[in-house]
Design a protein around this ligand. Structure first.
Ligand code: 3HC
Ligand code: NAI
Length: 693
């Protein structure tokens, strides 16, 4: 019997099966809640029914509340009422789980009597990633099933558990076969029709006598990871309520804590970011039915810092990689680094010895350029020098297969100038990874003036295949993320002459939520590699003098900071004196700056650059810029990224402040401020073909 557009009820042999079918992920939209409501009512009313199976069609069990409905007026049956109906069912209910039971989906499963799951299923309460807490009883029911500590881990960290672990925790009652979930669920339920029933809400066995010290210990253990986020603290409070209050009072507390989060700027930012991340894959002029370019073998040129990390991405997903170097020692070093990195994972228990062998076996080191003729995708990661890259691409043109994708990992060079060295610029694309390339989630796909749409689409697709978030950029100096962050570095360098010292500036950036301040970052990367040249150094800036003094950063025991043998940083009196001398020499008056002023000085110019990037069509939409900064530079996700954050600050305020600081606000920023329109929703008109001249 069709219940509504997304729910169907079938009764066979005394068992009712309610099937939800709402693509893509069976989220709890109004239609799904109505389907549950009416479906359960019908099953309960049917006298022939002795038990009920709740199952989903498509790729997954319910993946949560429908996030796209969050900011709209509520319609349909309220989730709490639906869950109360299921929990109060006079007939036993089993949730049959495949894919992922997440958020409100798992909360739905927790009002059922039983949960069975396929071996590949995952269960979790990941609301924390949206700046929320499980608001449909999850914070009160999960601790009653798995205990407070495991519940804290699942909700405050938000990582789903696999079916086998869920079984061990008591979260699922049985694992079914992979392909016969429904039949196995029915068989399971039939063995339980006469069994005594205890609702999870009435259980106390896992929470009785909980030592209250757990909560502060948990807070302390994760203090660093939780910094700046609101949701983890509210989740901890909700679990405290679960172990100290009766169920109904705990539910009230959960609701208060949920709504507090729901109204917060942090959650709005994280919800925005959830969709922003998924938007990146949607490129208006790339038709979904573009023929795919299959990538079965990959070549990497250069086995240095980036080449090795890039190669690992492909080995990790089972793609064979040929890595080519110019000299045996460089090749050996590169391969040894890959081996060492994998060995580190084995030592930490994150990889089996077998996986280690499999990955290394997929790697073919070579000094022979000709072998690149066999691969489908070639990524060049040699030194950042245009003439060298052009020479390499001219050689590639002769060697590579006709339909091979020729990619460069350049950070700043003109992809079109590199493409011009070949007779097939349409096959050339930028694939800009971030260091460490096997870890950082961002991949900028740089579309040259002549890059074929099919090649762009293939580069985006391969990025997703290796677990990256691929963001599309046009050619310009630094592409999106590096170009955006350059003004922050320039502002930081200028600011230290006016009063705030590097460690104060760094502290303000840490408080804002960055993982590292600009000066600590410079010291880590090495002051010498940021464009310093001994031959032309003229003692005209603090950074130049530090370089001339040999204070190149961590690797030399000192830069802006001094480092001990364990690389622990302390403010450097030498650097401080140098800064003060420079300030005196340049006649800048020093004064105290508030934290807010420091944030404005460093980050408003970043927002301005973002607006320019949009004006020029370098990025196709503002949310792509936010995603690039969060995944490329650790911009705190609870701000939503620079452009979402800017709207919260106020565009007019930023534009005025920029003028006061002596920066020209971008016309787009001014225009949006005047029209009262948000920057984070901005989409570029027809993107410019290129913006380098
Ligand atoms: N609501 C609305 N849309 C959702 C959604 C949700 N909960 N989850 C996924 N979608 C959409 C995505 O936006 C995407 O749409 P698109 O194709 O138009 O871009 C589509 O479903 C597919 O999603 P993915 O690209 O992410 O597909 P994957 O297969 O990679 O991942 C997933 C599937 C693991 C389910 C992943 O989408 C996910 O983690 N979703 C979010 C789960 C979540 O956070 N649930 C909790 C929601 S809050 C809640 O339940 C509150 C409650 O406590 C009251
Ligand atoms: P690196 O110096 O660590 O490695 C470059 C490697 O290329 C060296 O091992 C060198 O022997 C090899 N090489 C040079 N000429 C070659 C040739 N003709 N044939 C084969 N191999 C050759 O440099 P790194 O840091 O890995 O950078 C590589 C590229 O990646 C540069 O374009 C850089 O701008 C870019 N990049 C670097 C990032 C970083 O953080 N280091 C981040 C993103 C991009």
């Amino acid at each position: 019997m069709q219940i509504n557009s997304v729910a169907e009820l079938d009764v066979a042999d005394g068992i009712a099966t309610l099937t939800l079918d709402s693509a893509p992920v069976n989220a709890l939209s109004a239609a799904v809640r109505d389907g549950l409501d009416q479906g359960f009512r019908a099953a309960i009313a049917d006298e022939t029914v002795q038990g009920i199976v709740l199952i989903c069609a498509g790729r997954t069990f319910i993946a949560g509340a429908d996030i796209s409905e969050f900011d709209k007026a509520p319609t349909g049956a309220p989730l709490h009422d639906v869950l109360a109906l299921i929990e109060g069912s006079p007939k036993p209910v089993v949730a049959a789980i495949h894919g992922t039971a997440l958020g409100g989906g798992l909360e739905t499963a927790l009002v059922c009597d039983y949960r069975v799951a396929t071996p590949s299923a995952k269960l979790g309460l990941p609301e924390v990633a949206l700046g929320l807490l499980p608001g449909a009883g999850g914070t009160q029911r999960l601790p009653r099933v798995v205990g407070a500590e495991a519940a804290l881990e699942m909700m405050a960290i938000g990582k789903p558990v696999r079916a086998k672990d869920a079984l061990a925790m008591g979260l699922v009652d049985a694992i079914t076969s992979e392909d016969a979930l429904h039949a196995d669920a029915v068989a399971f339920l039939k063995t339980k029709l006469d069994a005594p029933r205890t609702r999870i809400r009435d259980r106390t066995d896992k929470i009785a006598g909980q030592d209250p010290a757990l909560f502060d210990a948990f807070r302390a253990k994760h203090a660093r990871a939780f910094k700046g986020f609101r949701a983890p603290e509210n989740i901890i409070k909700a679990v405290e309520a679960a172990v100290t209050l009766p169920f109904d009072q705990g539910m009230k507390r959960e609701a208060e804590l949920f709504w507090e989060l729901f109204r917060s700027r942090e959650s709005a930012a994280q919800r925005y970011f959830f969709f922003a991340e998924r938007q990146t894959a949607k490129v208006p002029d790339l038709a979904a039915d573009l023929p795919e370019i299959p990538v079965k073998r990959v070549g990497v040129i250069g086995a240095g810092t980036m080449g090795g990390g890039i190669a690992m991405n492909f080995l990790n997903v089972g793609l064979p990689v040929t890595i080519v170097e110019q000299a045996q020692d460089a090749l050996d070093r590169g391969v040894a680094t890959i081996r060492r990195n994998y060995q580190g994972s084995v030592d930490k228990g994150r990889m089996s010895a077998e996986q280690f062998e499999q990955r290394m076996a997929l790697l073919t080191p070579s000094l022979d350029f000709e072998v690149l003729g066999e691969v489908d995708l070639i990524i060049e990661a040699v030194f950042e020098k245009l003439s060298l890259k052009q020479e390499i691409f001219a050689r590639l043109d002769k060697v590579a297969k006709a339909d091979a994708i020729l990619a460069t990992n350049t950070s700043f060079l003109d992809v079109d100038a590199i493409a011009a060295a070949t007779g097939r610029p349409e096959s050339v694309v930028g694939m800009h990874f971030f260091s460490p390339a096997n870890v950082m989630k961002l991949l900028e796909v740089v579309r040259g003036a002549e890059t074929d749409p099919q090649v762009v689409a293939a580069a985006m697709a391969i990025g997703r295949r290796i677990g990256k978030v691929a963001v599309l950029s046009r050619v310009c100096d630094g592409f999106i993320a590096n170009r955006m962050m350059a003004p922050r570095m320039a502002a930081a360098q200028a600011l230290i002459l006016e009063g705030p010292l590097p460690w104060e500036v760094d502290r303000v950036m840490l408080d804002y939520g960055f993982p590292m301040g600009p000066f600590a970052m410079l010291d880590l990367v090495g002051l010498d590699v940021i464009g310093w040249d001994a031959a032309t150094s003229s003692s005209s800036s603090v950074v130049e003098v530090l370089c001339e003094m040999g204070r190149w950063g961590q690797k030399k025991g000192g830069g802006y900071y001094d480092y001990d043998d364990k690389r622990r940083a302390a403010p450097s009196p030498i650097a401080e004196q140098l800064i003060r001398d420079f300030a005196a020499k340049t006649g800048v008056t020093q004064r105290a700056f508030s934290d807010e002023e420091i944030v404005a000085r460093l980050l408003y110019p970043v927002v301005n650059e973002g607006a320019r990037i949009l004006e020029e069509g370098v990025a196709i939409r503002a949310s792509d810029v936010d995603v690039a900064l969060v995944y490329g530079y650790g911009w705190p996700v609870f701000t939503g990224g620079p452009l979402f954050w800017a709207d919260g600050v106020g565009l007019a305020k930023i534009a005025d402040a920029l003028e006061e600081m002596g920066h020209a606000p971008s016309p787009l920023l001014r225009a949006l401020a005047e029209q009262g329109k948000p920057l984070h929703q901005y989409r570029s008109a027809a993107p410019a073909a290129r913006v380098i001249e």
